[in-house]
Design a protein around this ligand. Sequence first.
Ligand code: URP
Ligand code: ZN
Ligand code: ZN
Ligand code: ZN
Length: 469
Amino acid sequence: MVSRTVVRGGLVITAADEIHADVLVEDGRIAALAAHGSPTADSWAAAADRTLDATGKYVIPGGVDAHTHLDFPFGGTASSDTFETGTRAAAWGGTTTIVDFAVQSRGASLRAGLDTWHAKSDAQCAIDYAFHMILSDVNEHTLKEMDLLVAEGVTSFKLFTAYPGVFYSDDGQILRAMQRCADNGGLVMMHAENGIAIDVLAEQALAAGRTDPRYHGEVRHVLLEAEATHRTIQLARVAGAPLYVVHVSAEEAVAEITQARDKGLNVFGETCPQYLFLSTDNLAEPDFEGAKYVCSTPLRPREHQAALWRGLRTNDLQVVSTDHCPFCFKGQKELGRGDFTKIPNGMPGIENRMDLLHQGVVEGRISRRRWIEIACATPARMFGLYPKKGTIAPGADADLVIYDPAAEQTVSARTHHMNVDYSAYEGKQLTGRVETVLSRGELVIDRREFTGHAGHGQYIPRGTCQYLI
Ligand code: URP
Ligand code: ZN
Ligand code: ZN
Ligand code: ZN
């Protein structure tokens, strides 16, 4: 392995700074930064084993995608990317760390779920990875195990007010899990939609013959997201626990989070590229094409996008993750022809997040530093990975992306690397593209060639949330 690399000539962008600097990488970590052309930088170049030219490009921290579902059993099938294919696609898109969701099965222990997810991912990943735990059975044993998981680096727990009979927890179970986290330092992640009410509306829609994908969006009503967001924020207040609301899609849900934050509460919100760029128009595409866009929370009318971008600017929303949960159109999404409730919920996007958010920079919606903050630094802080991940600073892992801000690309399933037979952004023109990616100093993408390998990625035990007010 090459031990001394210099990344020369680029504009180094972090959540805090933009500096014209060379970056010295030693033994997989960032050793130092020095101004272009300074005697220090020139001495590095002379002694380097390898020099990467970033002239005219950005040098940014590798992306941290804090919400992925690889090899995830759901909706009677399993998401189509394995840990091998999904992390390779992530690397292509400039993401160098993922936090995936291990699942507690009903009636089983957290330990058994975690063991299963380690077995799926061990020696498979191209980039580093960590786990959250999905709680689907909150009982006395689960609560005790939560303490053990926090101590060993699984420090966040996803609970659902949606999907009755699958992952759903009632308010009492949610409150107990929150109380436990208030004690052990864990972070509750909430899928906030009123699943009981949604199931009633879904049953009524089907009975009335409304079976198309667009009704998925209609029955998962905006107000049922807002209600569950409001309710679970109150439960977190009662428990004295912080709360991270995942995949926020509705303006009314952002308003609930904003109100909580205005009170000074530790309430945080995540959104995803699909809610920033896609809408119910996609869900209404004819010939069952809308199934490609079925995910929960659902896509919303286009008007909601402005509220999400505003939330990202005002820090009422702090993180953009993908919720990458791909299902092929053929054979998987098709399970729901004639009954939208049987369409597996989830969309692909692990490869597209950094580029789509850069489009927000190009369009003047967010600054370059904010791009890095919401895609790299804050997810790392939120989930106890900072400053190992999420920034470019001495001592941090050398997870670096050389990003060409001027390159033009057209997104397509024909050229993407995710193991799924469609792209949710087919034909979309984007400005900016990942050119080269280092993971702990090792080239995983070299000038748009994959040079990584399965098993390079290491499992990372995480610390607790570093983002509390
Ligand atoms: O539709 C989605 N989001 N599928 C993945 C599971 C979840 O709720 O995040
Ligand atoms: Zn969810
Ligand atoms: Zn998810
Ligand atoms: Zn390696």
